[in-house]
Ligand binder design. Structure first.
Ligand SMILES: [Zn+2]
Length: 135
């Protein structure tokens, strides 16, 4: 990765795995200007998971879309952005815990994981989610 300030090559000064999010946090140092900054390495989910709908269509799993959906259900809370980030990490872990060997997750399964997770965290959020996704 190049320096965010001058574009020159960097070295990694420190590296830590963030277990809950499965991200790797890195402290980088520029070899030219000496600036220090943080980078985060994370799995690229759209290339690795697709959502399989009842009608047979496949769509890539987009963490940003999940975040927006969860955030929309948590707006009544004091720290909705932080809460939504943590809930999305939990949901993503649960998707993999359920098994995605072939890279596919059923849409109904995903919605169920989201509902159960939201319900455990905040019942009002779960009610919002159901209202948004009622058919
Ligand atoms: Zn630099």
């Amino acid at each position: 990765m190049v320096c965010i300030y001058c574009g020159y090559d960097t070295t990694v000064a420190n590296s830590r795995v963030q277990k809950l999010s499965n991200n790797v946090w890195r402290r980088r140092k520029c070899r030219s200007c000496g600036a220090i900054f943080t980078s985060i390495e994370k799995p690229h989910y759209p290339a690795n998971i697709v959502i399989f709908s009842e009608d047979g269509s496949l769509t890539p799993f987009l963490p940003e879309k999940l975040f927006l959906s969860v955030y929309g259900c948590l707006r009544h809370r004091q720290n909705p952005i932080e809460d939504a980030k943590n809930i999305c990490d939990t949901i993503t872990r649960k998707i993999f815990a359920n098994g995605v060997a072939d890279g596919k997750v059923k849409k109904a399964e995903l919605r169920n994981i989201i509902k159960v997770t939201l319900n455990r965290f905040d019942k009002t959020a779960m009610v919002h989610y159901q209202a948004f996704h009622a058919k």
